[in-house]
Design a protein around this ligand. Structure first.
Ligand code: ASP
Length: 351
């Protein structure tokens, strides 16, 4: 028997079900409440995903359709088209998705030129025997599936990148002479920085949970830098028996703690999504304290990070290192922003 056949019949034989993502059960069997949660930039995503869920969609279809709105939005400079580029001015995208009912996952990292990395991540899950494709390989795979390669750098993002480049000392790039100067005569350039991402988690009418995370990652990053967003267990984790967690913010700290997985495990032990997010966040803080450069003089962390979680009962929670900060949720009744719990008040030095 070839390997593909073995994998297929092996799974089907063992579980008695071979459920393809996107296939709906004839009669919704779930009596609990549906929910969709997302980062603060995801209010349109939660609305879209809940509409699809109410019409019977699998949660994975729903959350991917939700984040596609933000991936295509040139004004969101932290995701997809219009995202801030790497240090060479090239937009590089990371994404992953995880499908609760099959416990399957797909991801792409450092993908250039494709507007919807979450869709490519899903295809990695469904149409390969792998979980993660990166760089040129991911691009070739996307093109093989008919995705159009396009320039994702908008004029707004290009100008931001140029201001960043020209503001750096000790190189040969200068800002224009007539630019506003601060008191010390230094060019006062308004340079946007993002950590920033969208994550979206959904619980559907069949009681199934799925999630997706997608980002342009850290602005002006070293080409090839991959954050937490495409890493299963870090930027996203789903266990259909328990719940799901997604993350935004400083990916490096998340990668070192695999906190989304940790938070789902906390929920498995009986914590609410809210308490599990807070426990995960505190773990990140505790570990960051071991590395002085991650902490400010006042003893607060020099980075921000957020966690969003849902459980099987439709409960949800969100926490942020710094706040106040909002997240988006459709709780089955209403689509709205809500304040996340946080550990520290914002100050200007935290990004
Ligand atoms: N987590 C993303 C990364 O580190 C960025 C973010 O969410 O701010 O690439």
């Amino acid at each position: 028997m070839d390997r593909r056949k073995f994998l297929k019949t092996g799974v089907a034989g063992a579980t008695g079900l071979m459920m393809a993502p996107g296939i709906k059960a004839a009669t919704p069997s779930f009596k609990g409440r549906t929910v969709v949660i997302s980062s603060g930039n995801g209010l349109r995503a939660t609305a879209q995903a809940m509409e699809l869920i109410r019409n019977g969609s699998d949660a994975l279809d729903a959350v991917i359709a939700g984040v596609n709105i933000v991936e295509a939005d040139p004004d969101d400079m932290s995701v997809g088209y219009g995202g801030l580029p790497n240090e060479e001015g090239v937009v590089e995208l990371d994404s992953c998705c995880m499908h609760g009912p099959t416990h399957n996952a797909g991801a792409v990292a450092a993908l250039q030129g494709i507007k919807y990395p979450s869709r490519v991540a899903r295809l990695v899950m469904e149409r390969t025997d792998h979980v993660l494709l990166v760089g040129q390989g991911a691009l070739r795979f996307a093109k093989a599936h008919g995705f159009k390669e396009e320039n994702l750098l908008t004029d707004k993002a290009r100008k931001a990148w140029l201001r960043w480049k020209e503001a750096r000392p000790d190189d040969d790039w200068f800002p224009p002479e007539d630019v506003d100067k601060d008191k010390k005569g230094k060019a006062a350039l308004d340079i946007p920085f993002t950590y920033g991402t969208i994550t979206c988690l959904g619980l559907d009418l069949n009681g199934n949970i799925s999630g997706v995370t997608t980002t342009s990652g850290l602005s002006y990053k070293i080409p090839g830098r991959v954050g937490d967003s495409p890493i299963i267990g870090a930027g996203l984790y789903v266990d259909n028996e328990v719940g799901a967690c997604g993350s935004t913010g400083r990916g490096e700290e998340n990668l070192k703690n695999l906190t989304s997985h940790l938070i789902v495990e906390f929920m498995r032990q009986g914590m609410t999504p809210q308490n599990a997010c807070m426990a995960g966040l505190k773990r990140v803080l505790e570990k960051a304290r071991l590395m002085p450069r991650l902490m400010k003089k006042n003893g607060h962390p020099a980075f921000n990070i957020q966690y969003y979680a849902i459980n099987k009962a439709g409960e949800f929670g969100a926490c942020s290192m710094y706040g106040p900060v909002r997240f988006a949720v459709h709780d089955g009744q209403e689509n709205h922003h809500q304040q996340a719990e946080y550990l520290f008040e914002w100050d200007k030095k935290t990004r």
